[in-house]
Design a protein around this ligand. Sequence first.
Ligand SMILES: [Cu+2]
Length: 120
Amino acid sequence: MGRGCALLVVAVLCFLSHFEGACGATYVVGDRRGWTFNVANWPDRKIFRAGDVLIFRYNPSFHNVVAVNPADYRSCAAPRASSTLTSGNDRVTLKRGLNSFICTYAGHCQAGMKIQVSAT
Ligand SMILES: [Cu+2]
C-alpha cells in the first residue's frame, strides 16, 4: 500500500474512532502563561475533539489539576475521592463531551483557575 493510502487509512481511523494519542492535537493550557489564575476563558473560540491532549504546566508546589463533573466545576468543589494530577506537566486526553478541570488549592478555582472544554 502506498504512503498516500496509508495516510488516508490513518485519517479515517482517527475520524471514526478518535484514536487516542495517535491523531489528536495537543494544546498547552493557558499557552505561555500555563495553568494559572484567570485561565477560564482560554478555551474560548477553540475547537476541541475527543483524543486531543491538554498539557497542564504549573508549579506543583502551588497548584494541581483535578477533573470534575460540570456541577462541581460550577461550584469549585471536588469530591474527596477525586484523582489529583500533581506533576506540573500533566497530559490529559479529552473525551467526547464536557471535560472540566479545576485547581483545588484554596481559592484558586474561584480565582479562575478552572477550564471547561467541550470535545466533539
Ligand atoms: Cu492553583
